[in-house]
Design a protein around this ligand. Sequence first.
Ligand SMILES: [Zn+2]
Ligand SMILES: [Zn+2]
Length: 278
Amino acid sequence: MRARFWGSRGSLASPGPDTVRTGGNTSCVEVRPDDGSLVILDSGTGIRALGASLDGTAPKRIDILLSHLHLDHLEGLGFFGPLWDRGVELHIWGPPSPTRSLSDRISQYLSPPLFPVRLAEVPAHLELHDAPYEPWMLGSATIIARPIIHRGPTVGYRIEDGGRSLAYLTDHEPALAVDLATVQPEWVSGFEVATGVDVLIHDCQYTEDEYPERAGFGHSSTRHVADFARLAGARRLLLFHHDPNHTDDELERLCDRVSELWNGEVDLAREGEEIAFG
Ligand SMILES: [Zn+2]
Ligand SMILES: [Zn+2]
């Protein structure tokens, strides 16, 4: 399995000289299971460049796993080249909602006046699915989805392939209402997705000073992500969903702080970088 970041910013795209080392595009991760199939985690603004990189080599089937429907995870979809290719079969998976279908929720953005074309009019063959609670296969990879704590229906994904594993927990506030230092791991949001994982991609939006004013917004602080990585027994941690107000220098300090709090291997998720599993 190979994987690469096309966008690691949270909330709002934030290009410019202060974010050039980590990147300004919002959430998008390309995953290539060993059989060469294409699985994409979220369709933030980073998915535009991912689509362009496929130029002429897009597989016939592409699967996009949406963590949730907040705009920073969806807004690139209309600008993903294969959406406009009649020969592509595009499967979009997302969190089930008790009140509205996935199609209705995506169409709220992909329709006038917010977007010039309706979802039903795009040339690609679209199939939308609620992420199931049972594990399922995409190419050679096994996918596991579980609801996690955030604002509105949100899922975390685990991808296993060829003896490697990746957990994707963007937009996640596991510390809401529990003390991660003392709680039983099985009771913690996201634990089942992340336990013993090789690579954990996790929300690290806030410093410990910033968090108290933003508690309940659905995101984690440096201390929360360190506690969660320890509790999950992750081998490697990549800090994700960078706050748009955090410069590269601030993010590097934030990464150093997580290193102080957790003994494992930790780094920032940087746009354009391949993810090392070994
Ligand atoms: Zn987000
Ligand atoms: Zn969100």
